[in-house]
Design a protein around this ligand. Structure first.
Ligand code: GAP
Length: 453
């Protein structure tokens, strides 16, 4: 069955909770708006996504260096970047139901008292004028909140890169075109409904600022659009569920002369996965002016001095994880029983191999442990001996484990095991000694979503 007919946000949310991938934070206190925790398999999946990003940025090229800058920067950062004045959402409050709405989304939102209507449509609605609300979280340095102590949790990782541009240039032995990449948490006081991990108050970003000679900006912008789209395809997302959408002039951020979003067809419709922006020289100029530091590049051989332009691919880890989950979610039938399965690209699967003794006796658990020992360290493995073999397979299918190794009575006689494929359900008999090679061969083979029509 094609994915769009099967997958819904509710089903993905339920699976994530059931298997402990992602679940609401602070649940014992009733939860907290738009905030989620990642459990064991969620952590592994997220880590695999982030590793794939670093691989694409660092290992597969040699013109990008890594950075890990602070979350709390000097407060003047946000004055210079324009976030203090301009990083706002237009809000409207309803005095009757006490709910708050994004003014620019009012036509899609539900009235607090009459959910079948939009805010303002009911006679009892009493809406305030629209006002601008800054999305940055404020906090203070020191025990007393006094003048000058206010600082902000960064709303994007990008600014830390601009602040460190000169320092990195000094030791990286790179010249434009080159990039600085970082992964880390950002924070935004979002009031729009979050749609699970699509929009959260705190989220991880994978951002790279690529500094280029001004005349090459357009060419590198096109380059990164293609690179970033291709990266999602390499994660196994079906190309038919990905598209590029250029921003209209009125959508552009204050710093951008051109932006395109990589969009994914989530169950909620086409929405932004990642933005690729041409930021020009806005940020380096703004910080140079505010700090008095020269943030430019001097090309010794030519004697040329210029402020590089910046192309920025900015991705969200949570949105990538959600896209991967939605794309992989499937339901099918085995022997008359329905099965839910995550057909994840094997490189992203939290567990690569499950090791399962058929029964918990007759020496099978001991051999199974030995088999796990053989595989452990090379791949993430899981040993499971509890419950019927069918239930154990279902469990592994739901967390997207691509391969299952089963130890049975025949194993004790001839030291062979069965190797089960999550997607084709094919089971082949393999000598234990050959397992690592067989698994390696399968895991490194080119992969395409089995859901591709
Ligand atoms: N430095 C540019 C920048 O931050 P953005 O489009 O606001 O641009 C980049 O954010 C990416 O970060 C988005 O495409 C999205 O994947 C992710 N993101 C932004 N806000 C988010 C939120 N509240 N929750 C989850 N992810 C978010």
């Amino acid at each position: 069955m094609p994915a769009q007919e099967v997958v819904t946000m509710d089903k993905v949310v339920a699976l994530c909770k059931r298997r402990g991938l992602v679940f609401p934070a602070s649940e014992i206190y009733g939860g907290i708006a738009n905030t989620y925790d990642y459990g064991h398999y969620g952590v592994l999946l997220k880590r695999n996504v982030v590793d794939a990003w670093w691989k694409a940025m660092l290992e597969e090229r040699d013109d990008v260096v890594a950075l890990d800058s602070a979350i709390i920067q000097h407060p003047r950062t946000w004055e210079a970047s324009g976030h203090l004045a301009g990083f706002t959402d237009p809000l409207i409050d309803c005095r009757t139901c006490k709910r708050r709405f994004r003014a620019d989304h009012i036509g899609e939102l539900e009235c607090g008292r009459k959910p079948s209507r939009h805010p303002g449509e009911d006679g009892q609605c009493d809406l305030t004028e629209q006002r601008e609300f800054n999305l940055m979280f404020e906090t203070a340095i020191g025990p007393v909140k006094e003048a000058g102590s206010t600082v902000y949790l960064r709303p994007e990782t990008a600014q830390g890169i601009f602040l460190d541009f000169k320092t990195v240039l000094g030791f990286a032995r790179k010249k434009p075109p080159f990039g600085i990449a970082q992964v880390g948490k950002s924070f935004r006081n979002e009031i729009t409904p979050g749609n699970f991990i699509f929009r959260t108050l705190e989220f991880e970003q994978m951002e790279m600022e690529f500094f280029v000679p001004p005349a090459e900006a357009e060419e590198w912008y096109r380059h990164w659009l293609q690179e970033r789209l291709d990266w999602y395809v390499r994660l196994g997302i079906r190309p038919s569920h990905l598209r590029m959408r250029a921003h209209e002039a009125e959508e552009l951020s204050h710093y951008s002369s051109a932006t395109s979003d990589v969009e994914y067809l989530y169950p909620i419709g086409w929405s932004e996965l990642e933005g690729v922006a041409n930021r020009g020289d806005f940020d380096l100029n703004a910080h140079a002016q505010a700090s008095g530091e020269k943030l430019e590049f001097f090309d010794q051989p030519s004697g040329e001095r210029y402020v590089p332009h910046v192309i920025e691919p900015a991705a969200g880890v949570g949105r990538a994880v959600l896209a991967v989950l939605c794309d992989a979610y499937d339901e099918d039938e085995i022997g008359g029983e329905s099965r839910t399965v995550l057909k994840l690209h094997p490189r992203l699967a939290p567990v690569k191999v499950a090791v399962l003794p058929l029964v918990r006796k007759d020496g099978q658990p001991e051999v199974a442990r030995e088999v796990q020992q053989l595989l452990r360290g090379r791949w993430s493995t899981e040993y499971d001996e509890g419950g019927s073999i069918g239930r154990r397979y279902r469990r592994q299918d739901e967390i997207g484990t691509p391969y299952g190794v089963t130890i049975d009575h025949q194993t004790l006689q001839d030291r062979t095991v069965t190797l089960r494929d999550r997607d084709t359900l094919e089971q082949v008999r393999v000598p234990i000694a050959e397992l690592p090679d067989q698994i390696e061969r399968r895991l490194s083979a080119p992969w395409q979503s089995p859901k591709t029509a």
